[in-house]
Every structure is written in structure tokens, then in C-alpha cells.
Design a protein around this ligand. Sequence first.
Ligand SMILES: CC(C)[C@H](C(=O)O)[C@@H](O)C(=O)O
Ligand code: SF4
Length: 475
Amino acid sequence: MTASEPQTIIDKVWNAHAVADLGNGRTLIHVDRHVLHDVSSPQAFSGLKAAGRKVRNPELTFATADHIVSTDPGRTDATVPGGEEMIVALRRNTAASGIRNFDIDDPQQGIVHVIAPELGIALPGATLTCGDSHTSTVGALGAMAWGIGTSEVEHILATQTAILRRPRTMRIRFTGTRPEGVSAKDIVLHLIATIGTAGATGHAVEYAGPVVEAMSIEERLTLCNMTVELGGRFGMVAPDETTFAYLKGKPYAPTGAMWDAAVAAWRELRTDEGATFDREVEIDVSGLVPQVSWGTSPQDTAGIDARVPDPAAESDPKRRAGLERALAYMGLEPGAPIAGVEVQRVFIGSCTNSRIEDLRAAAAIARGRKVAPGVQAMVVPGSGTVAAAAKAEGLDRVFMEAGFAWREPGCSMCAGINADKVGPGERCVATSNRNFEGRQGPGARTHLASPATAAAAAVTGRITDPRTLMAREAA
Ligand SMILES: CC(C)[C@H](C(=O)O)[C@@H](O)C(=O)O
Ligand code: SF4
């Protein structure tokens, strides 16, 4: 491709980071930022040590304890049984290598995909990797970010490069007028329901169109977070004035003349007129309603005014059996309205929806109301930075007065890998990104939804259209 040919944003970032063609379709890519967490890094450090290698670029590497940590106020390393070893390993490995670790008691600790953007570790046009599938999140800033396995974590620690196959490209444009009370989470859930969990397999995705351009960075983070739930490799949004305003003054963002030079370069990071993608999708969001998942895959999602699908209406026997299994696991009646189903748990948190705007949306519903009898609801800010901002606005009080538990930052009840779990057969409305069988604990029934919808479930004890509770606010 010659320089004058129109390029996509994906081509531009890829080409700027390609170090060598390794043959067989493989490219060596420079990694600008590498972020580590407690669960996927200990083995990588052990491998590095066994091979007698050092961390090549500790100044480009950052770490945080998020997955295994307790979210109990007053937590210690040992609060979650089995967690201490990983938290201590991360502390020891990062200290020995000179890597900045946002440890369990650090005011900036938090979920890796929440802290990377809010600290300015992730930047437009940069490559960023993490041993975690939701690394695509920070593509919201125009970074090329992807999740890797533990052996690749070791490779990147040693070389600051990764080996990739160039993905096909895909542009997903959101158009139309976004209705009141419909969040970025509703939009991405609707996207997954529309094109399916294999809808972007093998593709690098650019999210574009007027609806995305009008989104805040936090909303774009929610959108890009679920790229992996579409099978996508990267999910990116071209950086714009919203991005620059968000990043300016962030702790690790460039400053002074470097900032000006960076912004000038970032302005070039957009898909050129006439550039082509391997696949284009357009979704009109006009008329969209809040979304909620009813099954055991993120694509099993429908509008909050919909009914649970009926397996009897499914002609394909394989699909029918899958539906029957999902409904049996979820304890749902075919054809029943989704709204009105009773819940026992509500989880507001995770790298999808634990930022300040998410907490504001949930607090707007919780304010002046009470968590319904029989419901246990928790709010887990994505980071210490988010928690501090929420406290400054009094949101922690709003939640606690309503009867929500207000927790310390971490992955919490998203993946059932620490002490925060949903019990067998319990139904949980969660703002996280996965609803597979057992995701939030063995036998747990997860309904994915937005922060507003989760808060509405908490205060009514049922899956509820949050707009019915917003109306009171407006009146
Ligand atoms: C534990 C970790 C490696 C895992 C991931 O890669 O995604 C987790 O974050 C998840 O969401 O399931
Ligand atoms: S919050 Fe959930 S999805 Fe995000 S990194 Fe943690 S466990 Fe994974």
C-alpha cells in the first residue's frame, strides 16, 4: 500500500507499530504499554525468571491487583482465601523489576481496564496489551489494544513486542437519534443481539457514526469493552476533541510541548475518506429501548419490553435444544414478559460499567428509594479514583442510604473468582459483560443490563424498565 492510498485508522496504527514481517502472515508489533494484573501475570514472571530474562521496558509496564482482591471495606491481602499468593507475587515481581504496581492499598488501584484510561496509560494511536480478554476496552481512546495469553505476557515482558496476524477490518456505524434513557450499554447489547457473538470474529472493529461521535469517553469505553463479546480483536474509536479533553492532565498523559505534539499527531488518526473495510455494519439506534439479557450468552438479549423466547417456535432442533437449556438454567418461562421477573441480587460494577458516569446513572435511580426486601445489591467502583470522585459527589451516601453495599474497587462479582459470588439459582441483574453458565458463581443466573436498569431492579426487586423510574425525576 502506498502512502497516498486512503487508510483506515486500524491500518495507520498497525503500520506505525510493525517492526518486522515474520512471514506466514505474522507481524512483530511494538507494544507501547503493557498492563498486568494479579491473575494472569505470576506464571509469566516465573517463566521469565526460569529463562534468565529481565523485563525489557519496566517504564512501559504497569500493574494492578484487581481480580482476586477482596472488595470488603477493610480488606487485606488475605481476605479472599487463595488470593494472597497472587497479590504478593504481583507485589514482589513488580518491585523486583521496577514496574509501577497499583497495589491493594493504593488510592489509584482498580480494575485494569478502568485505570489504564483514567490514568492516561492508554493513549490514542498507542498499542496496549494485557493478559485479559477485555483489553479492547481502551480502544475507546483510539488505542489498538488487545488481550493476550500468559505466554504472550512473558514474551512482551521480555521483548516489548507481540506477534500478531493482521485482522480483517470492520466498521460498525451507529446512526439515528439515541432515545432518552438508552445508554451505551444498551447500544452494545443490542449490537451483540443483532450481529451475534461471532459477528466480528477475526476482525478489528472501528466504531463510528454520529451516535459514537456524540458519546462521552466513558460511554465509548463501555462500547469497546464488549468488542470481545463479538469475537473482535480490537475495537477502536477515532480520537477527537472529546478524547483530548478527557486525557489532558491525566497522570501519565504527555504534558507541555509533548502534549501539543501528541495532539497534532492524534488528529491524523482517523479513517481517510475512501478507505475500505472488509465488512461494514450500520445500526440505527432510533427507537431503541433499554436492553436486558435473558439467556446464557450476551447475544441472548432483548428489549426490556420483550418476552422470553419460546423454544417451541424454533424450527431448528439444535437451536431449540440450546434455547431450552438456556431457559432451564435461567429458570425462565417461555413467552413470559422479561420485565417483572424477580431478582435476588444486583451488581453494579466491572470494567464495563463501574466509572463515575455509570455510578451517577445508577444513583439517579437509587436516590430517595430503598433496595427492595429480599434483594442484596452492591456497588463496586472500578477504581480508587472513581470511588473518590463518587464520594466527592455524595454518591456513596446515596447508595448506602438506599441499602446498597458500597465496596472497595476490584472485579468483584463479575467473574466469580473472588469472594463476591451469586448463589446457586439466585438471579442477578449485573452491569458486567458475560452471562455464561456459572460466570458469577455455580448456578448463578445473570442478566446483563445497564447501570440504570440494574439500579431499577434493586429498588423494585424485579427486572424493570428504568425509564419508568426516571420519569418521576423529570416530572
Ligand atoms: C481472569 C482473566 C484472565 C479473565 C479474562 O481474560 O477475561 C477475566 O478478566 C474475565 O473477564 O473472565
Ligand atoms: S471486571 Fe470482569 S470482565 Fe473486567 S477484567 Fe475484571 S473479571 Fe474481567
